[in-house]
Structures are given as C-alpha cells and as structure tokens.
Ligand binder design. Structure first.
Ligand SMILES: *Cc1c(COP(=O)(O)O)cnc(C)c1O
Length: 389
C-alpha cells in the first residue's frame, strides 16, 4: 500500500522511512556533515542531481533530513517538503524566494512574520501590505497592484479567527498569485490547506509537530517547482536544522495524530467548561457552536485544535491575576507542547502594538490564551476554576 493511500495516523508512523540495511524500524540518525563516494563519477551523479543521494548536510542531502521531509510531504499530501532551523527560517526563505513582486499578509500573524513584512523586507525593497480580516475586500485590488504572494494563518493568533482558505485561493489564483498558509495552529491532522487550494503550507515545527517544547524547527510543504527556489535560499542562508533536531522531529511526528486527537478533546472540554463559567465574558474556540467562525471551521477543519482564548469579565489586571494564579498551566510564550501553557496576549505576543492597534485587531486586555496540553482535562478545568475563583 502506498503512503498516499494510508490514513493520517499510519502515515505519521510509517511515511518517509528509508529501507535500513540493519533493519531499524525507522530511519536512524545520520549525524554526519559529509558523505563518501566510490569515485568521481559517482560524486558528480549526486552533485548534478542525476541520482538521489547524500552529499552535504547543509544542502539538506542527509538521510535523516530527507527521510523527515518525505514523512512531512506525505502528511500534507504534498509533492515535497523542506525542513528549516525554525519557523521563521522557513517563512523568511519563502518570502525571499517568492515575495519579490509583493506580499500581502492577511489577518493577524505571528510577531516575527509581522516584523518581516512591516519593517525588514521593505528595507530590501519588497512591497508588502498587511490587511486585517475585516479589510478582506481590499485583497483583490492589492493583487491587481502586482502582489504575487498571499500569506495568512488560520486559526489566527490569539483570536482564533478562521480564514476561508478555498475563497482566498480562488481569488488569488484568478490573479496569478500564490497562496501560503501558516498551518501551525491546526497541524496536518486538523487541516489540509493544499487540498483546499493553497500552494504552500508553512509550519513552526517548534509547536505541535515537535510537541514537547524541546526542538526549534520549521517546515514548508508544496509542489517541487515552488520549493526548489526556496531550497536554494535555504542552502546559502544556512537554514537547515541539525540532523539531531531532524531526528527528534521525525520521532515526534510518529505520535502527532494521537497527540492532536487528545489536544482537540482536552481543548473542547475546557472551552465548554469555560463557556458556562460566570466570570467569563466570551470563549473563542473554533469547536464551540456559538463561536462566530464555527461553521467555516467545521467545513475546512477536521478537528478544532488545542488553542483556547477567553475574555474574562473584568480588567486587564484581573486577567493577569488569573494567569498568575494558575498552577498546572505554566506561564510561557509558546504553544503546542504536552504541557499546558497560558499567556495574556497584551503582556506577551502583542505587547509591542499600541493600544489603538490592539483594539483595531480586536485584542483586549482581558484576553487570556491557553495552549491546552495532554494532562487529564479534569485537572486543567479544576486549575482554571481555582484561578478564576
Ligand atoms: C511560533 C510561530 C512561528 C515562528 O516559529 P519559530 O519556530 O519560533 O521560528 C510562526 N508562525 C506561528 C503561527 C507560530 O506560532
């Protein structure tokens, strides 16, 4: 049975492994920086791309890295995938390779992505434009002005807004532009952007794909003709992860499907418990039928993820007290690990924005963001209840 026909959990375990002469059930760690050849003809065949083979680790031509990329490609049903030393390495290489004619960032985005688009890339002459979700009707004119890449996250951080991937892809493709979706929050298990029309999928593998808060890595998946120019940037910017990191990421991916099922179930239980709590004004979770994006989420996601955002009925100070009172949830600015984490966006991810800009983006002082981990959900709900009391 080819990996393309297998279901997600099976692909997580088996896809991408190379036959091993010693019978290892997974591709072992090749922590070598270079690889030997029998003769010059053999060496040239690999350098010229006439046969696949290992050559030099920074080029990505290392069995541990290629095996991981084959697994990642299978998880997104993509032709190929590239791994990077971080999510930002993947995003910056994508922008350098495909953003020269202009990039439109849609909706809220990760802080590093926003900095690249609003400050750093313009200093290199890149034309960039940032549109909020409520400015979606400006996307067509931004593309008519020449932008050739649309980039967005869905669900977004921290509001968990959902952007219609199919709709944006149709609009962009009609104008000859590419669409890249940062699928970090949903993961391959809950959302398949390529099947919905996106051209490239982007991940911070530091989050759910790594899943244990112990590796920093990034991923792009898509058609080879789109990834090849990015591969050239990755090679000379030196953005390939260490083989040890690639090996750990491959190990993590073997449990991705089961981990995400539990993240989804725990987050759903917490979102439902919080939505009944008298001290909470609003719970933002794509899996709650009363959430404004529920129907769209239900059409393009197969699970609703482990992130839950809520607004307490109180001030920013009150939200801070709740965050500080939590014991099982740790206060830390990341997400996607086995351990539950909490942040108040106004003091962390969105601290650098002015109050006016935060309010334009719908990020309030009383907002709290949870990354729901794999603990017993009853312990997590009890922790939230004691912190809110
Ligand atoms: C964390 C994150 C990134 C950046 O990833 P790093 O691995 O920290 O470089 C990009 N996008 C999203 C949605 C993220 O959560």
């Amino acid at each position: 049975m080819s990996a393309q026909n297998q279901r997600m959990a099976t692909r997580c375990v088996h896809a991408g492994k190379f036959p091993d002469p010693h019978g290892s059930p997974f591709t072992p760690l090749y922590d070598a920086t270079t690889f030997e050849f029998d003769n010059t003809a053999d060496l040239l065949a690999v350098i010229d791309g006439k046969r696949p083979g290992s050559l030099y680790t920074r080029y990505g031509l290392n069995p541990t890295i290629r095996s991981l990329e084959a697994k990642l490609a299978a998880l997104d049903q993509a032709e190929d995938a590239l791994v990077f030393s971080s999510g930002m390495a993947a995003i910056s290489a994508l922008f350098l390779a495909h953003g020269r004619d202009g990039i439109v960032g849609l909706g809220d985005a990760y802080g590093g992505t926003l900095e690249l688009l609003s400050h750093q890339l313009p200093t290199l002459g890149f034309k960039t434009r940032l549109l909020l979700l409520q400015e979606m009707e400006l996307l067509a004119s931004a593309l008519d002005e020449g932008a050739r890449l649309v980039f967005f996250e869905t669900p977004t951080n921290p509001r968990l807004d959902i952007i219609d991937i199919r709709k944006v892809a149709d609009l962009a493709h009609a104008r000859g532009a590419l669409v890249a979706v940062d699928n970090t929050f949903a993961t391959q298990v809950n959302q398949q952007p390529l099947a919905l029309g996106a051209d490239v999928v982007v991940y911070s593998a530091t989050k759910y794909l790594g899943g244990h808060s112990d590796i920093t890595a990034g991923v792009l998946a898509g058609a080879r003709r789109l990834l090849d120019p990015v591969r050239a940037w990755r090679k000379n910017l030196g953005q390939v992860p260490a083989p040890t990191t690639a090996h750990l990421l491959a190990r993590s991916l073997r449990t991705l499907a089961v981990r995400m099922q539990r993240h989804n179930a725990n987050a759903q239980a917490i979102a439902e418990a919080l939505s009944r709590h008298p001290r909470i004004r609003k719970v933002r979770y794509p899996g709650l039928p009363e959430f404004e994006y529920y129907e769209l989420a239900a059409t393009q996601m197969s699970g609703f993820g482990g992130m839950v955002t809520f607004e307490i009925d109180g001030s920013g100070e009150d939200a801070r007290t709740v965050v500080d009172n939590l014991k099982v949830f740790s206060l830390a600015p990341s997400l996607g690990g086995v351990e539950s984490l909490v942040t108040q966006p106004v003091t962390t991810s969105h601290r650098d924005l002015s109050p006016a800009e935060r309010s334009r983006r719908g990020i309030t002082d009383s907002m709290v963001r949870l990354s729901v981990g794999l603990e017993d959900p009853s312990d997590l709900i009890e922790d939230l209840e004691q912190a809110l009391a």
